[in-house]
Design a protein around this ligand. Structure first.
Ligand SMILES: *[C@@H]1O[C@H](CO)[C@@H](O)[C@H](O)[C@H]1NC(C)=O
Ligand SMILES: *[C@@H]1O[C@H](CO)[C@@H](O)[C@H](O)[C@H]1NC(C)=O
Ligand SMILES: *[C@@H]1O[C@H](CO)[C@@H](O)[C@H](O)[C@H]1NC(C)=O
Ligand SMILES: *[C@@H]1O[C@H](CO)[C@@H](O)[C@H](O)[C@H]1NC(C)=O
Ligand SMILES: *[C@@H]1O[C@H](CO)[C@@H](O)[C@H](O)[C@H]1NC(C)=O
Ligand SMILES: *[C@@H]1O[C@H](CO)[C@@H](O)[C@H](O)[C@H]1NC(C)=O
Ligand SMILES: *[C@@H]1O[C@H](CO)[C@@H](O)[C@H](O)[C@H]1NC(C)=O
Ligand SMILES: *[C@@H]1O[C@H](CO)[C@@H](O)[C@H](O)[C@H]1NC(C)=O
Ligand SMILES: *[C@@H]1O[C@H](CO)[C@@H](O)[C@H](O)[C@H]1NC(C)=O
Ligand SMILES: *[C@@H]1O[C@H](CO)[C@@H](O)[C@H](O)[C@H]1NC(C)=O
Length: 636
């Protein structure tokens, strides 16, 4: 593919490294610049492709929770007060609408009710002419929190200066309404740093801090679920492209790479013992790898960083003993000896932003849950590591590495609640592989990663998932300091789920209004299939203060209802390409150079919206940091 690059003159010098100004936990790859200002043109619509969320036009009430501009906001979260509305509700949705113009990095944002994180999002990078996005999120799983007054702490750390001019104008409204009951938790207890009383956000920064809380649970719990919210930043933002620790200096000290391998495991420890794990979805923020991929269609989940769930009900006989218990979240990578042997670590690079929550469903008061001490089958994961180098004339020219991991665990106990005595189990079976290659002296990198698994709970819940990821990037330093970055990516997030734990299934939050007669209860589960692929390129001409860029990204999302529970419990290796169940919704989008050039959306095969737009003039310009910071290949 050839790119005809269009020149844009940058308004200011953008050559100075901004690394020193970036708060360590927030620094990102790099920022997109906008098109030239055009007062008569509307703001560019930026979207995250996902299924439409249920709303109810009748019997609803609304509350504005935040109207705030995040300018120089690092360490200065928005503070507000929430009081429950004067209307009946069993559902809550958020509408988060943001406008921004200028030049800015992507930023991470965490929202808390008191000490409990209730939502994690990230921002799109603005254009000079301005962008706007709206993300609608179902929040019904936090019903217990919405029924009580809360302090709102919305932390979106942004920095504004002469060069990085973009502020984020945000509006957050909540809509409360009645719809089919879901089964939200009665009590939600945070595992967080607990700083709301001093008006601070309550995330832990791992590994600088230990993500641990000591909790006293009620004694009448009949179901308990733990959720983990975690994402890598800094040296860990592109964790899936990191190398084995023994290879970090393979290209010499000048090109130190980030280590701990491309494998990460989020672990839950209860009272110091492993209680479940999550193998995270590889989020890519809107400045990641080559930012031209992500405008105006952002990466999968960039506006809604989902949480992983672990059913901890087998621990109830212990947790309901009226005593305090510790809950700790760790992020593990791999330490290796350079000879193919690896073990999981208790620490990783800096850093991960982490919180957790315990969701509890209660028996009538007065009941006390009892039962057996859980039986733990937690064999060490099997790890297979390979690494080989090619040298010419004593200098390493290429590195090939591969990490394979498999883990299965089973936790079971007998739990006695008001509804009787039951054997309660939590089972996970996970596989991971990442094949990485550096060639051309470390300038070209490919990673092909596959994460898949099945989580099964005796509480009629199963989740099979697969997260394929393939990213190629190359940079080339040209004469006079010019350099280019080119990238290609293909990625997916495929999930089949029966039942739910703490968060409602996509069926329960899906907007069925386009499908009269259809209903969440027509199905036993949901299958979502989401993939993106694209190419993007970037050329910097520092001496002339110019940069060039282009990108093309395609995305396909589909949501299907599953009628047959048997279809769910299949091998995680099975391709998700075949349709399982009845397709309820799909959307297919092609974006190119800041424009959406194809957008097809249909419900059950009936198109409701279809747009084939003419290509806008391509005028993407970009700001930059050091090349390696952009690509996540190591310290500057
Ligand atoms: C996007 O812009 C690049 C560089 O300006 C150009 O080569 C490419 O043809 C454009 N893509 C489309 C679909 O117009
Ligand atoms: C500004 O945007 C409008 C609407 O998109 C367009 O018609 C007009 O040509 C643009 N003007 C310039 C100077 O680019
Ligand atoms: C979301 O809120 C914005 C303003 O804050 C509003 O313009 C928009 O219509 C709302 N969208 C939906 C779907 O409610
Ligand atoms: C953000 O808000 C400020 C102050 O109200 C306004 O001047 C600016 O135009 C807004 N920016 C965008 C992109 O909407
Ligand atoms: C949240 O914290 C405030 C104090 O800032 C307190 O009054 C309120 O009761 C707390 N809400 C809950 C649900 O604990
Ligand atoms: C790399 O750095 C280490 C420690 O600073 C030093 O011992 C070693 O000689 C250096 N190697 C090269 C190739 O510069
Ligand atoms: C290796 O070094 C020799 C002698 O310096 C040189 O002639 C040759 O081109 C080099 N080969 C490579 C692949 O760099
Ligand atoms: C886990 O999944 C792998 C791959 O599908 C399979 O070979 C293995 O038997 C499973 N292990 C258990 C304990 O279910
Ligand atoms: C850098 O790239 C620009 C655009 O292609 C070109 O005009 C310029 O000559 C290059 N600079 C050098 C030093 O090669
Ligand atoms: C994405 O992949 C499809 C199928 O392989 C291909 O036809 C399409 O051209 C790709 N799109 C982009 C933007 O790379």
């Amino acid at each position: 593919m050839s790119f005809f690059l269009i020149l844009m003159l940058l308004p200011h010098a953008i050559i100075a490294s901004l690394a020193a100004q970036q708060p360590a936990s927030r620094a990102r790859g790099f920022a997109l610049n906008g098109r030239a200002p055009n007062a008569s043109s509307a703001l560019l619509d930026v979207i995250q492709v996902t299924a439409p969320v249920l709303k109810n036009p009748k019997s609803r009430c609304e509350q504005t929770l935040m109207v705030h501009t995040f300018g120089w906001s690092y360490g200065m979260p928005f503070l507000g007060d929430y009081s429950p509305p004067n209307c009946d509700f069993n559902r809550v949705t958020f509408n988060f609408t943001v406008t921004s113009a200028g030049r800015q990095y992507d930023r991470l944002a965490l929202m808390f009710f008191n000490d409990t994180e209730i939502w994690r999002t990230s921002t799109a990078e603005p254009t000079q002419g301005g962008i706007v996005w709206t993300y609608i999120k179902d929040m019904s799983h936090y019903l217990a929190l919405f029924k009580n007054p809360q302090k709102i702490i919305f932390d979106l750390g942004n920095l504004v200066d002469d060069t990085y001019t973009g502020s984020f104008n945000t509006t957050l409204t909540a809509t409360f309404f009645i719809a089919d009951d879901t089964d939200p938790a009665d009590v939600i207890i945070p595992v967080s740093s607990g700083k709301s009383s001093s008006n601070n956000p309550s995330a832990f920064v791992v590994p600088d801090q230990k993500a641990i809380s000591t909790l006293l649970l009620p004694q009448n719990v009949k179901k308990a679920v733990f959720s983990i919210s975690a994402c890598g930043q800094g040296a860990e933002e592109f964790w899936w492209s990191n190398v084995l620790t023994s290879d970090t200096n393979v290209f010499g000290n000048q090109t130190t790479l980030y280590g701990y391998s491309p494998f990460r495991e989020l672990q839950l420890y209860i009272d110091g013992g492993l209680a479940g794990v999550a193998w995270p979805f590889p989020i890519i923020f809107t400045g990641g790898v080559v930012p031209g991929f992500w405008r105006p269609v952002v990466g999968i989940d960039a506006f809604d960083l989902r949480e992983d769930e672990i059913d901890i009900s087998p621990f109830l006989p212990v947790l309901c003993d009226g005593k305090e218990h510790t809950f700790e979240i760790r992020v593990a990578g791999i330490a290796d000896d350079g000879e193919g042997h690896g073990t999981l670590t208790e620490t990783v690079g800096s850093n991960w932003i982490v919180t957790g929550k315990v969701f509890l469903w209660l028996d009538p008061s007065g009941e006390i849950t009892t039962g057996s001490v859980p039986k733990l089958e937690l064999p060490e994961p099997s790890l297979a590591l390979l690494s080989s180098r090619k040298s010419s004339n004593g200098t390493v020219s290429s590195l090939d590495y591969s990490v394979k991991a498999m883990r299965s665990l089973l936790i079971s106990s007998t739990v006695k609640t008001s509804s009787g005595t039951q054997v309660v189990t939590w089972r996970q079976n996970l596989t991971f592989s990442n094949d990485g290659t550096f060639t051309n002296g470390g300038n070209d990198q490919v990673n092909r990663q596959a994460t898949s698994g099945i989580d099964l709970s005796s509480d009629q819940y199963s989740k099979a998932f697969s997260y394929p990821l393939s990213v190629f990037s190359t940079y080339e330093v040209l004469a006079g300091g010019n350099y280019t970055i080119k990238g290609e990516m293909t990625r997916g997030k495929n999930v089949r789920k029966i039942g739910d734990l703490a968060f409602p299934s996509e069926l329960e939050t899906f907007d069925f209004s386009h499908r009269p007669g259809q209903h969440a209860s027509s199905f036993t589960g949901a299958a979502s299939k989401d993939w993106q692929n694209g190419t993007a390129t970037y050329l910097a001409v520092p001496a002339q203060k110019r940069s060039y860029g282009s990108g093309r990204t395609e995305q396909y999302y589909s949501l299907s209802g599953i009628g047959d529970a048997v279809a769910m419990v299949q091998s995680p290796d099975e391709e998700f390409s075949n349709h399982v169940g009845k397709e309820l919704y799909h959307r297919h989008v092609v974006a190119s150079n800041d424009s959406i050039i194809l957008d097809e959306e249909d419900f059950d095969g009936r198109p409701v919206y279809s747009r084939h737009a003419a290509q806008q003039p391509a005028k993407q310009i970009f700001a930059r940091l050091g090349i390696k910071a952009m690509l996540g290949r190591g310290p500057l």
